[in-house]
Design a protein around this ligand. Structure first.
Ligand code: PEP
Ligand code: MG
Length: 755
């Protein structure tokens, strides 16, 4: 093909360029595209079908079919000829379409007089986003040139769909893809471990702003230059003696070199430029074909080679656009997101800062996974379009253990993961030493020391820390990391798993504490001015009892034949507790009436985190099996200081007369009723604070997993009788805090009170 002779595709592209240059809405542009293509290809029909988020292909523009069918006619992927093109991601060229076994007649389109059919997939990132079709009434065999021309147009359409209102429309349909919501996704784990960090996009999708060449000859030169500079840089890297590149990665670079010099690949790129595309668009066009092939192939080896080729195309794009993919200014640890990444590119990143890797596609046998494992970088793959869901700088948690990636996690989740990270890193050795020692003060008082949990990955910590059980299982965390509302079975399974893991140790499940800062990505939350004092936790549960009953039902089923301990969050008055407990009785009766077995015993507790409840204890205590004081919320309500607002959250001290007096009041009230009181919440996990709680008469604590050992070491070094004598008189003081006095006490008694 000579650059001098304008071919049909080139003419078509030239006219399309004018369409793209016009300021018009997405619909008007699509309408114009079908008209132009229909005319250029002398087709009776030209139509564009767009793939919606619900996986239906919707007729979105047409020349020749019934105009009323636009946005009304829909097909499943795999249904009819159009659906087949989308499913296979390959062109379908038929001179006598009605005889094809997949032919399906859509009456609303009025398409029955059309014999011949040519459909090509509209691909982006190798994935179908729609289908572009031409049809003729006569028996016509479309030429190879027609297929190529239509494929080139499809590429332009793909960019149009991605860039404009269509994208917004799709993202808005169900909230999917909104860049502000927390998102948790599950893929495949390719290298173990976990990490948190800020997202960095590896080679952020190079937005090809210009698809159609102004000057084809110039584009040919640009392409040739880029190919030769890429070859040079590969040769250079191969010449380097980086020990990390030794062995397998070197093999990969050799593969790159082979592909970079592959005549077939280079000539396909040139042909695409000669058809009228810019050099960048030509690379993307060829890359699209490669990706479609890659997705189709079952053979692992071939898929991996295609993925190497794809990586090479990315490099070429970078040489063309001059854009390097680097961590740039992102501070601290980074989690790298990539559609595809080669091992050599991975090694370009600072190994000290690269904490995790998330790729859209990849296999355990891919070289990048091997390198990631060798470097101890947790890696998760199998997350199509993940790059589209993320903005550089977003906070991310990669948990390769469960193959999950949490994007923009909420504070609670981050806290939970921080705990896990801390646990796995510097403190492990200390914990191990303390694990099997009894939790008993130096003067012989037994303390119940349990841990807080909320996710399946927390469960092994029970053994690792030697905690006496799970004193607070925050059930909402599992809801927060789930993509959809967990169904009854899924909930039952989770609670069973928790009880199995705990074995003979007690587990206290807390029913859903939603609202406040805990929102579910899939539930519409009403805007509230003060969400933490708003419609949350038990308030939601009592207003929408279905939700709570469902959860109780799952807990009863999971605990069949064993002990079930559950408690309600944010109880503000006795009546709320009574109503919630009635739901437990109701569900238990229902279960019995269905001939099912109940737990061996059911203990129902109440969280004390709203101060009003402290003044109804005599009415409340006869009705509860246990109390659990939630210090996080209690502090914010006691001092009217938002726990999430750093300006005020630290303003008031837990080790102050009002807080400690409050604790003593609760302990004193509970004693005659014989109701056990536990303190959960973060403060109980800080050794000095835990010490003060023991001084107030608390004998049971539930703390973050990472705090179990430090608190235990404090307990074991404490002369409790001395502390009780020391702390009592301090409560009458008028100062802001008793911290200094308690620190002095700990120091002089050589109490292990530091974290
Ligand atoms: C608390 O409020 O102290 C508590 C344990 O619950 P959460 O932190 O989940 O609100
Ligand atoms: Mg709370």
């Amino acid at each position: 093909m000579s650059p001098a002779a304008p071919t049909r595709p080139r003419r078509l592209l030239r006219t399309l360029r004018e369409v793209l240059a016009q300021k018009a809405g997405a619909q008007a542009r699509l309408d114009r595209v079908v008209q132009l293509v229909g005319k250029n290809m002398i087709a009776d029909v030209c139509s564009i079908y767009v793939l919606r988020t619900d996986n239906l292909l919707e007729l979105s523009a047409t020349l020749g079919l019934n105009a009323n069918a636009v946005h009304n006619a829909r097909l499943q992927v795999g249904e009819g000829l159009v659906g087949t093109v989308a499913e296979s991601a390959r062109p379908l060229n038929l001179s006598d379409a009605p005889t094809h076994p997949k032919f399906a007649y859509l009456p609303e389109t009025g398409e029955d007089p059309y014999k011949s059919f040519l459909g090509v997939p509209v691909l982006r990132g190798g994935r179908p986003r729609g289908v572009l079709v031409v049809q003729n009434a006569t028996l016509r065999q479309y030429a190879e040139e027609d297929v190529e021309a239509l494929e080139t147009v499809a590429m332009v359409v793909a960019e149009m769909l991605a860039a404009t209102e269509f994208h917004e429309m799709r993202a808005g349909e169900d909230g999917e893809g909104r860049p502000d919501l927390p998102l948790s996704v599950k893929g495949k784990s390719l290298s173990p471990g976990m990490a948190t960090g800020s997202a960095v996009l590896h080679e952020p999708r190079v937005r090809i702003t210009k698809l159609i060449a102004d000057d084809v000859d110039r584009e040919v030169v640009r392409l040739d230059d880029a190919i030769s500079s890429m070859r040079q840089s590969i040769d250079q890297t191969l010449g380097n003696d980086d020990p990390l590149l030794a062995g397998t990665p070197l093999e990969v670079l050799e593969t790159y070199r082979m592909f970079a010099n592959d005549r077939g690949w280079v000539s396909r790129l040139r042909e695409a430029v000669l058809s009228g595309l810019t050099a960048e668009a030509a690379v993307e066009r060829v890359q699209n074909d490669t990706r479609a092939k890659m997705l189709r192939h079952r053979d692992k080896y071939l898929r991996e080679r295609f993925s190497d080729l794809d990586d090479l195309a990315n490099r070429l794009l970078r040489h063309l656009t001059g854009k390097a993919g680097a961590a740039g200014d992102t501070p601290g640890k980074i989690v790298l997101f990539a559609r595809h990444i080669g091992p050599a590119d991975l090694l370009d990143y600072d190994r000290e800062r690269l904490a995790g890797l998330v790729v859209e596609e990849g296999t355990a046998a891919s070289h990048v996974a091997i390198v990631a494992s060798a470097l101890n970088i947790p890696m998760v793959s199998g997350l199509p379009d993940i790059e589209d869901q993320i903005v550089a700088g977003d906070k991310v948690i990669v948990d390769a253990g469960s193959a999950e990636v949490h994007i923009r996690p909420q504070a609670d989740l981050l806290r939970a993961f921080d705990t896990k990270l801390n646990l796995s890193e510097k403190r492990r050795a200390r914990y191990e030493a303390a694990r099997d020692l009894p939790c008993e003060t130096a003067d012989g008082t037994q303390i119940d020391l349990m841990m807080n949990a909320g996710l399946v990955f927390d469960l092994p910590h029970l053994r690792e820390t030697g905690a006496d059980g799970i004193g607070l299982f925050r059930t909402e965390l599992q809801f927060m990391v789930s993509q959809t509302f967990p169904r009854l079975n899924a909930q039952t399974e989770l609670y069973s798993e928790v009880l199995d893991a705990a074995d003979t140790y007690p587990v206290t499940f807390r029913t859903l504490d939603l609202g406040g800062d805990k929102v579910l990505p899939y539930l519409e939350a009403a805007e509230e001015e003060n969400p933490s004092m708003g419609w949350r936790a038990l308030r939601i549960a009592l207003d929408r009892p279905g939700l709570l009953r469902y959860q109780i039902r799952a807990m009863l089923a999971a605990a069949e034949g064993r002990e079930l301990r559950l408690m309600f969050p944010m109880v503000a008055e006795v009546d709320e507790f009574v109503r919630a407990r009635q739901l437990v009785d109701l569900e238990a009766d229902l279960r019995l009436s269905r001939g099912r077995k109940l737990p061996a015993n059911i203990k129902v507790g109440c969280m004390l985190e709203v101060p009003s409840l402290a003044w109804q204890l005599d009415a409340l205590l006869p009705k509860v099996d246990f109390l659990s004081i939630g210090t996080n919320d209690l502090m914010q309500f006691l001092f009217a200081a938002d726990r999430g607002n750093p300006r005020v959250a630290e303003r008031y001290d837990f080790l102050s007369p009002p807080v400690l007096s409050f604790m003593r009041h609760v302990v004193e009230c509970a004693k005659p009723h014989n109701v056990p009181v536990t303190v959960c919440g973060e403060a109980a996990g800080r050794p000095l604070e835990a010490m003060a709680l023991l001084g107030m008469g608390i004998r049971s604590l539930s703390v973050p997993a990472a705090s179990v050992a430090p608190v235990k070491l404090m307990v074991r070094s404490l002369q409790l009788n001395q502390l009780t004598g020391f702390i009592g008189p301090l409560l009458g003081q008028s100062g802001h805090s008793l911290r200094l006095e308690l620190e002095d006490f700990a120091r002089s008694g050589q109490i292990a009170s530091s974290e």
